[in-house]
Design a protein around this ligand. Structure first.
Ligand code: AMP
Ligand code: MG
Length: 403
């Protein structure tokens, strides 16, 4: 059976190439830039004052205190550029253009207005102080964001600074969610004997939604080869199809059989992980298809470990997997060697380190016990246990982490 690492590598290698779309700036949030972004102007765009005070010639105030004649005022956004000569100053506001002839700005706190047109400068000031020369932060034409950069709040600000009202990013794949199972009923129904409500449709919808992808949830598909075939055909109208259930070894688990019959190139079916062993990953043309195990915890975990990285790679993210940290284990964990275990845990910062409290559940159907988890504790396949107090590695579950 494939190890987790081999399976993930195989999966990432077969993610189709992303489409490029040009979107309005706000829609670029959380997306990855296709091309490099260059400054369309110098920054600051003009010699700019960083403080409120008086623009002056530093030479004039080598011996302070000293009085200067005020020949005008410039505010931020002001177009006026009074020309300053010896013995003169201009009252200036933060963000305003420093007038020609001046080479420093003395802050208002170090001055005293002695008459309407006279200011006393209380301290000398060095040339260039409290101002930023044109282009001193960024020169026009400089690359300010590299291709592959993820657009967060500060990157949005950079794009706005340089006039990118729209921008090229990688498109997110469209996703179809298809639950399978004769026993599955919708949330609004009261399950009859032998039936259960469909939790996976909501779990998977939320996980997709969290990644900012468009997701369509289909009505539940019965355990029937023909209906499964129809579902695959419908699913192929989307970039990525998520089946839940029907990939185990049961006689009525049709998804993997029908996928193979329908010409889906199955990259792997089963990996050495717990939970989630039966996961199936395949590709047909430019579509990716996943068969996720039906148990809700397995569906959730396999999405986080495999589907999420695939979607993020598709969207151009260079580091598509969840972040990991190490922390101190709060209680002993036992493990039957064989598969790599991803055990639910609560990870939190305690003074000087992360603490990891494992969560006990009744297995991969026990979503209720699992649900407070904000992380997955990794136990390597060959380990028999981990001791309390030892250093362990956890996968941080995005966005659920700070709850
Ligand atoms: P399967 O992978 O189809 O063998 O299903 C494994 C277990 O998960 C069974 O107990 C199913 O009833 C359960 N299951 C399958 N699909 C869902 C679903 N959409 N929501 C909740 N439980 C499910
Ligand atoms: Mg089933």
């Amino acid at each position: 059976m494939l190890t987790f690492e081999d399976a993930l590598e195989k999966l990432l290698a077969c993610v189709p190439e992303a489409r490029v779309v040009r979107v309005p700036l706000k829609e670029a949030w959380g997306r990855v830039l296709v091309s490099s972004i260059a400054a369309d102007l110098d920054l600051p765009p003009f010699d700019k004052s960083f403080v409120d005070g008086y623009a002056l010639r530093s030479k004039d105030v080598e011996v302070a205190p000293l009085k200067l004649q005020i020949i005008g005022t410039v505010a931020a956004g002001s177009q006026s550029q009074p020309s300053v000569t010896a013995g003169q100053a201009v009252q200036i506001m933060t963000g305003a253009a420093v007038p020609p002839g001046t080479d420093a700005v003395q802050m208002v706190e170090k001055t005293r207005r002695v008459a309407s047109e006279v200011v006393e400068i209380l301290e000398p000031i060095e040339k260039g102080k409290n101002m930023g020369p044109k282009g001193s932060e960024v020169g026009k034409g400089t690359v300010v964001l590299a291709p592959g950069t993820v657009v967060g709040p500060t990157q949005m600000g950079v794009l706005a600074t340089f006039g990118y009202k729209d921008v090229e990013v990688y498109a997110a794949p469209t996703v179809a969610v298809m639950s399978t199972g004769d026993e599955i009923v919708d949330v609004g129904e009261r399950p009859k004997f032998g039936q259960i409500r469909n939790s996976n449709a909501y779990i998977l919808w939320a996980q997709c939604h969290n990644l900012g992808v468009e997701v369509t949830v289909f009505p539940t598909i019965p355990d029937d080869p023909e209906r499964t075939r129809q579902a695959i055909a419908q699913g192929l109208e989307y970039d990525l199809v998520l089946f839940s259930g029907g990939v185990s070894m049961g006689e009525y688990d049709y998804v993997h059989q029908v996928l193979a019959q329908e010409g889906v190139d199955v990259f792997f079916h089963k990996t050495a992980i717990k939970p989630g062993k039966p996961i199936l990953v395949g590709r047909k043309d430019k579509h990716m298809l996943f068969g996720l195990p039906g148990n809700p915890v397995s569906a959730f975990v396999t999405f986080e470990l495999f589907v999420r990285p695939a979607i993020r790679r598709w969207m151009g993210f260079r580091a598509p997997s969840l972040r990991r940290v190490s922390g101190e284990l709060g209680a002993k964990v036992r493990h039957k060697p064989g598969r790599k275990l991803f055990k639910p845990a609560r990870t939190f910062w305690a003074q000087d380190r992360f603490k990891v409290e494992p969560i006990e559940t009744k297995g991969s159907s026990d979503l209720v016990a699992f649900s407070p988890a904000n992380s997955l504790l990794i136990v390597e396949a060959d380990r028999t246990h981990l001791d309390a107090g030892q250093r362990v590695e956890v996968v941080l579950l995005d966005r659920y982490f700070d709850t």
